[in-house]
Design a protein around this ligand. Sequence first.
Ligand code: URA
Length: 247
Amino acid sequence: MRLDKFLCEMNIGSRSQVKVFIRQGTVTVNDTPTTNPDQQIDEFSDRVAFRGKALQYRRFVYYMMNKPEGVVSASRDNTARTVVSLLGKDAREDIFPVGRLDKDVTGLLLLTNDGDLAHRLLSPKKHVDKTYRAVLEHVLLPEDIRRLENGLDIGEENLTLPARVTVLEERIILLTLHEGKFHQVKRMLQAVDNQVLQLRRTAFGGLTLDPNLAPGEYRELSGEELEALRKSGGRKQKAQEETENET
Ligand code: URA
């Protein structure tokens, strides 16, 4: 990998900024100062330091965020604040949110630069579980619950897949889905003549929203959480994993 790309991925600055830093002599490779941004390094075995501080390369990063209201689930947006901008110093250029929550929806959002895992988690074939806590306009009738759980027409080609409803309070439910269609929860509730007043995602693919995260806060996934997530998205073929590790 080129030295300037490595420093960008480590979030030291933009490509043009890191070139300047390198030319200023602030970077060492294996304790030797270098001023050449094009220098090829081995990101796994070479020791790179910026202003005397060693940089530990990590190919993939995984964050759990408690998405706040009013922020869009995107990496970049011309007008609105994005979830990636909330990562501050951790906002590597290659990070993106895994799927979308509507601007007014809060709760668990995964952010990563692992495109392969994201692809598997979002694949309609994998039926990854997503649980939402919804505050409703009206009380659900037993017939509504039956329809939500059995599958109903929300204007798509097929009925929604069977879901699970847990009534928490009179007008507050948990709804667990095994698919992720556009505005799905809101459309399902509309289909039973109800309205979602507030929506928060509490679980996704074996992860549960950390109650210590205030809206807008995030943290890295633990090893166990990452393993649970990988299980829910299905593992890729071993040969593919080995090829990736070599690149
Ligand atoms: N269902 C919705 O209606 N909106 C979301 O953001 C997620 C699920």
